[in-house]
Ligand binder design. Sequence first.
Ligand code: MG
Ligand code: ZN
Length: 220
Amino acid sequence: MSTTVPVVERVLSANDAVAAEVRARLDGLGIFCVNLMAGPGAGKTSLVERTVAALKDEIGIGMINGDTSAAAFDAERGQMAGAAAVHVNTGGKCHLEAAMVRDALAVLPLDRIRLLLIENVGNLVCPMSWKLGAHANVLVSSVTEGDDKPYKYPKMYAGVDVLVLNKIDLLPHVDFDRARFLRGVEALNPGLRSFELSCRTGEGLEAWLGWLREQARRGR
Ligand code: MG
Ligand code: ZN
């Protein structure tokens, strides 16, 4: 038992070193990179689609989509929307690792990309422990998941730089106590930058897009 923790720490610190390489590479190229994390079904791919459709004419966008299988549906959706997309099959792993991002960069047209959206594997537990070299770790939550999520997944909520609360058009139809949710978020991550929106109706998207635009511009 006593060797378990050091082994995990070594694996994570090796990953951190690759993440630092990835970050240096992105910085050198002037690419702003976002790591989108969420539970399955919160709307990561829908947010990517909306974002790409809205920004593709002003900013070159790349997408790396991590999935536990060879099914490339989500990367195809990103591609259809107008991003240069790469599907990464994690081979059953429940998170992306920095080396997977490094390898994906090798096949993306980086000279045409200013904004890189990474869609992590749908999982609220471990993706937070695996740094990818992204400039912003973004958690996508949705009102259909329930207002208890910050209380159940504190590490994720405490560790992210930005929170997106999706599906707000469904608020009248679900038992989601927004005040309780936001209290949980504030306790774990005071002052967290948050966007409440609906990928379905487009409500609230403009603020999210404005933030991304500003970050991508600053990255150059
Ligand atoms: Mg998806
Ligand atoms: Zn995992």
